[in-house]
Design a protein around this ligand. Structure first.
Ligand code: PRP
Length: 211
């Protein structure tokens, strides 16, 4: 195993905040990196290499060991349920997973629930003892109750703006979401010193939780 630490970074809403955090921790990575087309970015001074991945794929890269560690939202981690270590709550990209519907929603038998997170949704309603039909969508989930595809949706809420603009309401919060640092199980043993060093550097600059 080489001594370069391979880090999978999610493109999209988490990237900028993660780049800021790494930079603050003394590992400067450009915030505009994802605007280019390069997908593998070496940082030779730090003996690290960043891989820009689709967020949902980060746990897969880490489980298979092509990335030693990765940054990923708790939403993806819960949905993908991959065999990886969760090392650190980075406290960034804070939002929540919720059940959402129209304000005049009425309970029906076997309601349809649209979501990007079929495993999370199925588990939640199973635990609630409610039978539902889960419909997997890949985006613009808020459309589903508006056009009659589903009775409710399970989706992430950050500012609440999307719900507001579409006349939808949050009915139940399922769990809070922040980004996590995850590690491949073998890398965690073989590259423990460098992974531990990175954890310490990040931990020293983590945002403080407001209670
Ligand atoms: C996410 C999520 C909501 C929205 C919530 O969608 O699915 O639609 O953000 O954010 P808000 O509470 O700040 O409005 P995303 O932007 O990832 O796009 P998508 O529709 O492709 O899922």
């Amino acid at each position: 195993m080489d001594d370069i630490l391979k880090v999978a970074m999610p493109k999209g809403r988490i990237y900028k905040q993660a780049a800021k955090l790494f930079t603050k921790a003394g590992l400067p990575i450009p915030e505009d990196l994802e605007e280019g087309r390069r997908l593998i970015i070496p940082v030779p001074g730090a003996k690290m290499e960043f891989i820009l991945a689709k967020p949902v794929d980060v746990p897969t890269y880490v489980e298979y060991g092509v990335a030693d560690i990765g940054v990923v939202g708790k939403d993806v981690l819960m949905e993908e349920n991959r065999n990886v270590y969760e090392l650190l709550d980075l406290g960034i990209a804070r939002c929540r997973m919720s059940v959402i519907g129209l304000p005049d929603w009425k309970q029906v038998i076997n309601p349809r629930v649209a979501t990007k997170y079929p495993n999370v949704a199925s588990q939640y309603f199973r635990e609630q003892g409610q039978q539902v039909e889960v419909i997997k969508l890949n985006g613009s989930i808020e459309l589903a109750p508006l056009i009659g595809l589903a009775d409710r949706i399970v989706d992430m809420v950050e500012t609440g703006q999307t719900l507001k603009e579409n006349g939808l309401v949050e009915q139940e919060e399922i769990f809070q979401i922040t980004s996590r640092l995850i590690a491949n199980r073998v890398s965690y043993r073989m590259k423990n010193d460098s992974i531990q060093r990175l954890c310490d550097m990040l931990q020293a600059v983590l945002p403080t939780v407001k209670l």
